[in-house]
Structure formats: structure tokens, C-alpha cells
Design a protein around this ligand. Structure first.
Ligand SMILES: Cc1ncc(COP(=O)(O)O)c(C=O)c1O
Length: 359
């Protein structure tokens, strides 16, 4: 029996997308970004599919520890680094690499004067994202302090993050690249700059490591495009089924707050999927849904467990018929547009009750 609502994961697609990232960045090592539960695909599942990557990256220490406990041995970078001594100890114990972005982290490192082991670090430069990292002279000062830290494995690696790389017309990215390259000139460590948009859209960035996230799951980081435009294959599709079909007379409203009023007599389908599964509540009426492989429009509000669609183009549809919310023939990027969001949110937002079916 198929589950009521399920995600189909194509791990072969993840492997394909990693190979495609390598084609875009043939001279770089790949640090595969699998934070937020592997962008909703399951962190250990995607880590396994990405065993050909040169390293992995997560946001938080607990994500890195989970990967080590699951037996993954490749370099794992924690993009937020540690925030207290306990986290630093955990990183040392599990040999996790830390991004260093605050003076407080440097103080914690300096307190370890006779360490038994050393910590690999990435010193982060804030080149305009204004989120994590040191700017200008502070970056150089931090570098000098870290050179003298017994706990820090040398050489110090160097990292920054793009803010607007998905906008190819915005010269901020070029400025970020120049700022970073000028600052790290002559420093011996490895460099890492580009995310998915940087890898695809800014191919001439010189660095040692790239950090693809979204593209590994088959999605486009650029608005108005889909992963297929860049040779990527979607790894996740979301499915459910019709659970009721009925007639609603013209003039009647459908769903909470009566936001949808039927303009004609309507054959209405009810589908077992809702925001309690991760189907975004802000998905607007008119968003396409595949019923029996054919597009029909969403009508009314998204509820916790159900959505409603107009089946006038499919009078023969019956309870039990298969539904795809995104997947083959219906890119998640398109659904994200109808929900005024980005594909990242939809992929990460799949909830626990949705069953995962692997290929
Ligand atoms: C520091 C850093 N590097 C790389 C990535 C991967 O970005 P993307 O998923 O856009 O490829 C992220 C994701 O947010 C990030 O925070």
C-alpha cells in the first residue's frame, strides 16, 4: 500500500548532481553542503550518496557529531563553528573543522595552551554578506592571532560567502571576490568561496574548494530557471493521492475563510497533503498540481492536512488516484514561485510524518 503522503528520493540524481558540480568546477575540491538534514533529504542518506565528495559541510556542531557517529570519515566543516568550550571540545573529539568568525572563538582557542590535538580551521572573511566573519583589518588581525594559537592546525584556511551570486547583473559578487582575493594574497591556506550560484554563475572564481548545496539536490539557485537548465536532476518529489471528489455549485466558497469562490459548477478534488506535511501554506490558488499526471489548479487555502483542486478538466478522477505536488513534470522551483518562496524552503520544510521512499 502506498503511504498517504510520501517523498520519493532519487539518490542516483544526487550522485549525478555531484558529478555535474565537478564539471562546473573541475579544478576545485567539493565540500558538499548537507546542513538542515541534507536540505530535507536526510543527512546520513545524502552523506552516503555523496561519498565521492572531498568533504562535507554542516551548519552546527551537533550535525557534524551525528555524521561522525554514523561513521563518516571525510573532512566535515561546521560552518557556524563553535560558540562555547563544550562545543569546541566536541569538535576536537570528533575531528570536525571549524569556521572561525568571532573574537570570542579566538579567545576560546587561545585558552588551550597545551593541546593534545589540533583543530583545522577556516577563517571567515565578511566580504559584504554582513552575517558571519571578520572585515578588513580585523580579518588580518584575527589571522595573526590564529597563527600563534597552539590548538590551530596550520596553515589556516580561508573562506567567504556570497550574498548575491544568484543575480548575475549585480557587481557585488565581483567586489566580494576582489576583496577576498586581495585580503588573502600571500596566505598559504586553502580558499573556499562559491556556493551553487557562484559555481554555475561565476565560473572564473579562483579557489581551492567550492561549497555546493542546492544544486546537489537538483535545483536551480537562479530565479526563473530550473535545475534541468543546468543539467541537474531533482532528487526529491512529493506525492499524495486524492481522498475525495465532489461537486460544488457555482457561487459556493471552498476552504477556510472562503477565499475561493467557484465561478462555475466545480468538480472538486481533495488531496491528502497540507502544511503539516510541508506543502507551503502560502501556495496560491492557481498553483499547478499533477493529478494522474495532468496539471490541475489549486483552489482555496492550504489546510494542515489537505488541499483542494479544480478537477473540471478531469471529470473521471477518483479517490485513490495519484497526485504529485512537485517532481517529474512539475519542478519544485515552479511551486516555490506560486508560494512566494524559494525551493530551499520547500525542500527543508518536509515534515516527519511524510514517509520517505528511496530509489
Ligand atoms: C556558508 C555557506 N556555504 C555554502 C552554502 C550552500 O549554498 P547553496 O545551497 O546556495 O549552494 C551555504 C548555504 O546556505 C552556506 O551558508
Amino acid at each position: 500500500m502506498t503511504p498517504a503522503a510520501y517523498v520519493h528520493l532519487d539518490l542516483e540524481a544526487v550522485r549525478h548532481n555531484l558529478a555535474q558540480a565537478k564539471r562546473y568546477a573541475p579544478n576545485n575540491k567539493i565540500m558538499a553542503v548537507i546542513k538542515a538534514n541534507g536540505y530535507g533529504h536526510g543527512i546520513t542518506r545524502v552523506a552516503k550518496a555523496l561519498e565521492q565528495a572531498d568533504g562535507l559541510a554542516v551548519a552546527r556542531v551537533d550535525e557534524g557529531v551525528r555524521l561522525r557517529k554514523a561513521g563518516f570519515t571525510q573532512p566535515i566543516t561546521v560552518l557556524q563553528g563553535f560558540v562555547c568550550i563544550d562545543e569546541l571540545q566536541l569538535m576536537l573529539q570528533h575531528q570536525l573543522d571549524a569556521v572561525i568568525h568571532t573574537p570570542q572563538q579566538i579567545s576560546l582557542l587561545q585558552q588551550q595552551t597545551a593541546p593534545e590535538t589540533a583543530l583545522s580551521i577556516w577563517l571567515k572573511m565578511d566580504t559584504g554578506m554582513n552575517r558571519l566573519g571578520f572585515k578588513g583589518a580585523d580579518f588580518n588581525a584575527a589571522y595573526q592571532q590564529l597563527l600563534n594559537c597552539a590548538l590551530v592546525k596550520q596553515p589556516i584556511n580561508l573562506i567567504t560567502h556570497f550574498a548575491n551570486a544568484d543575480d548575475l547583473l549585480d557587481d557585488k559578487t565581483r567586489k566580494q571576490i576582489d576583496l577576498f582575493n586581495d585580503a588573502v594574497q600571500g596566505y598559504p591556506g586553502q580558499r573556499s568561496i562559491a556556493n551553487s550560484a557562484g559555481i554555475i554563475g561565476w565560473p572564473n572564481v579562483v579557489s581551492d574548494w567550492v561549497r555546493p548545496g542546492l544544486m546537489l539536490y537538483g535545483c536551480s539557485p537562479f530565479a526563473g530557471k530550473t535545475g534541468a537548465d543546468f543539467g541537474l536532476r531533482p532528487a526529491m518529489s512529493l506525492h499524495s493521492r486524492l481522498i475525495a471528489v465532489k461537486n460544488v455549485a457555482a457561487g459556493e466558497t471552498v476552504g477556510y475563510s472562503g477565499t475561493w469562490q467557484c465561478q462555475t459548477d466545480t468538480r472538486l478534488g481533495v488531496i491528502s497533503i497540507g502544511y503539516g506535511d510541508g506543502y507551503h501554506r502560502h501556495t496560491k490558488a492557481g498553483a499547478p498540481v499533477l493529478v494522474n499526471g495532468q496539471r490541475v489548479p489549486l483552489i482555496g487555502r492550504v489546510s494542515m492536512d489537505m488541499i483542494t483542486v479544480d478537477l473540471n478538466s478531469q471529470p473521471g478522477a477518483q479517490p485513490g488516484d495519484p497526485v504529485t505536488l512537485w517532481g517529474d513534470g512539475l519542478p519544485v522551483e515552479e511551486i516555490a514561485r506560486h508560494a512566494d518562496t524559494i525551493p530551499y524552503t520547500l525542500l527543508c520544510g518536509i515534515t516527519q510524518r511524510v514517509q520517505i521512499v528511496e530509489q
